[in-house]
Ligand binder design. Structure first.
Ligand SMILES: NC(=O)c1ccc[n+]([C@@H]2O[C@H](COP(=O)([O-])OP(=O)(O)OC[C@H]3O[C@@H](n4cnc5c(N)ncnc54)[C@H](OP(=O)(O)O)[C@@H]3O)[C@@H](O)[C@H]2O)c1
Ligand SMILES: *[C@@H]1O[C@H](CO)[C@@H](O)[C@H](O)[C@H]1NC(C)=O
Ligand SMILES: *[C@@H]1O[C@H](CO)[C@@H](O)[C@H](O)[C@H]1NC(C)=O
Length: 321
């Protein structure tokens, strides 16, 4: 499978990846002044686990009204109670959202829209990652990764947009990954039809993460002139549950990383918080970040042409115009 990135771009990427890694180790996260979220409405998808749960907790501690949008209401309820106890906040709530089901997304968005006329921050965090040999599908027949990670968030964001535009300084953060660099997204074959995936294939995930970054960039462009800014972010490899659906071999290799060099959840989650809160980023839009710094080697892959084509195709697929 041909990659989007040229050998030169991959080389540039590796160099920048390494530099950011070194900066993180020796300088820590870049310093920031935080925008206040006291009384603001923050919606986080996939907030029952991993990075999303950490971010929800931190937002609750800072006095935000936090909406945890989760598909597993049992796990969601557990996380909600833990966050309430931990943060002392009473303004945390749960909303049911299955991003692999268009009707569930529409239902969730309708309920949030009527409950919260203004939404200040939307964090598109939920994600699924498999390494299985066969394609899997969402309820509406989309390839599972593209359908959940990209199309699900694409639809949710568009449905909530009017409410986010009412915010004094709205932010939309989409959690992508540097895995986006190793992708081969084809607009004419988004669902990877007739692609033999083979064992241990993470291409569908990588493609969905490129789609996340393209979406954030195109959205930033479309929102130019409004008060809403967009950010995509790679949180780094983290000790979350993201690899729980991997094959045994996949789990073993990821397990090695998990217990050695992967970031603790709070450190990776903080990288998402940076994009949601840093005043330093308040005039920037559409860019990708990693370890609290701009990740510019991905930019050449995010061409205007591809971003616009993906946007238009996504509109058709989820049925909005
Ligand atoms: N961890 C890493 O190394 C890493 C690296 C780069 C990027 N990321 C990105 O970081 C984000 C957060 O992942 P994580 O690492 O915190 O993993 P995680 O612990 O597995 O959390 C993922 C969350 O997404 C939710 N989710 C999955 N499918 C969903 C669906 N159909 N509808 C609604 N929610 C759904 C999960 O809900 P359930 O509990 O119901 O499954 C869970 O709450 C993801 O976008 C991931 O791609 C992670
Ligand atoms: C997906 O990206 C990761 C890097 O995050 C890479 O290790 C993996 O090989 C990529 N998958 C494919 C099929 O290229
Ligand atoms: C917004 O528009 C201005 C002026 O037209 C331009 O300079 C800027 O680059 C645009 N920003 C984005 C994110 O497209």
């Amino acid at each position: 499978m041909a990659l989007h990135a040229s050998p030169f771009q991959l080389f540039y990427f590796l160099v920048e990846w390494f530099v950011l890694q070194v900066l993180r180790l020796f300088q820590g996260p870049s310093p920031r002044t935080e925008e206040s979220v006291q009384g603001k409405v923050v919606v986080i998808t996939g907030a029952n686990s991993g990075l999303g749960k950490y971010v929800a907790d931190e937002m609750a501690k800072r006095g935000a009204t936090v909406v945890m949008a989760c598909r597993n209401m049992v796990e969601g309820q557990k996380a909600l109670e833990e966050i309430k106890r931990n943060s002392g906040s009473t303004t945390v709530e749960l909303s049911e959202l299955d991003l692999s089901d268009v009707s569930s997304i529409r239902k969730c968005a309708a309920s949030l829209k009527s409950k919260y006329p203004t939404i200040d921050i939307l964090i598109n965090n939920a994600g699924i990652s498999l390494d299985c040999a066969e394609r899997r599908f969402t309820k509406d027949g989309f390839e599972l990764h593209l359908g959940t990670n990209h199309l699900g968030h694409f639809l949710l964001t568009n449905l909530l947009l009017d409410n986010i535009k009412k915010a004094s300084s709205g932010r939309i953060i989409t959690v992508s990954s540097t895995a986006a660099v190793m992708s081969n997204l084809n607009i004419d074959n988004l669902m990877l039809e007739n692609s033999g995936l083979g064992l241990g294939n993470t291409m569908p995930y990588n493609n969905s993460k490129l789609a996340n970054a393209l979406f954030s960039k195109e959205l930033g462009k479309r929102l130019n002139g409004t008060r809403v800014k967009t950010y995509s972010v790679c949180p780094g490899l983290a000790r979350s549950n993201i690899f729980q659906h991997y094959s045994t071999t996949g789990k073993i290799s990821m397990g090695l990383g998990k217990y050695t060099f992967f970031l603790p959840v709070n450190k990776a989650g903080d990288i998402i918080l940076f994009c949601a809160l840093a005043k330093e980023l308040s005039i920037s839009s559409g860019k990708m970040y990693r370890f609290g710094r701009q990740f510019s080697s991905i930019e050449p892959l995010l061409t205007d042409h591809l971003a616009t084509a993906l946007w238009e195709k996504s509109e058709q697929l989820v049925g909005i115009q």
